[in-house]
Design a binder for this molecule. Sequence first.
Ligand SMILES: Nc1ncnc2c1ncn2[C@@H]1O[C@H](COP(=O)(O)OP(=O)(O)O)[C@@H](O)[C@H]1O
Ligand SMILES: O=C(O)[C@H](O)[C@@H](O)[C@H](O)[C@H](O)COP(=O)(O)O
Length: 175
Amino acid sequence: MADATRLPPVLVMGVSGSGKSTVGEALTAALVARGEAAEFVDADALHPQVNKDKMHEGIPLTDEDRRPWLDACSERIAAVQASGSRCVMANSALKRAYRDRLREDAPTLFIAFLDGSRELIAERQSHRHHEYMPNSLLDSQFATLERPESDEAFGAVAIHGSVDETVAQILAVLP
Ligand SMILES: Nc1ncnc2c1ncn2[C@@H]1O[C@H](COP(=O)(O)OP(=O)(O)O)[C@@H](O)[C@H]1O
Ligand SMILES: O=C(O)[C@H](O)[C@@H](O)[C@H](O)[C@H](O)COP(=O)(O)O
């Protein structure tokens, strides 16, 4: 089995409803199937309850709200990588500053950006029950989104196909 500590952690990034959790879990399974030690982490679970409550009330988070969450995400990525597994984290990471924070402790972080239209994502959200995230926050998610820039290690993948097709696009560009 490949030494995962040398393999870059992966951040499956995108707005709420873009497929981060679904694709992240499927990507992790595909990596394990090809002989890698990989572990999936859903950043939703790392939000403090106050953040979940705020979003549930339909209030977008602020940079300050996200700071402790990003710290917890960074710690978890480091812990998984230190354990010998490649970390695959579903994390919206909407702003460049959030991704820069995560790269402070994971400089080789690779971003898999799930790039889809508001219409497609809204349609998919409509069929989903989420622990706390209302569909009404989708517009604020797009308003906050800063697409990855050319100096970031990333691949933007289309999400209109099947989950497996999205995973295949990521595997094709994953270091
Ligand atoms: N490629 C896909 N094709 C069809 N439905 C998808 C696809 N990817 C995700 N979904 C569905 O879209 C909804 C949002 O996916 P989810 O993984 O919860 O997104 P996120 O974690 O980004 O909020 C879920 O109901 C999921 O089953
Ligand atoms: O930074 C944020 O505003 C939140 O992290 C948000 O982007 C995230 O999407 C929610 O936690 C809901 O989780 P889902 O992405 O699974 O809908």
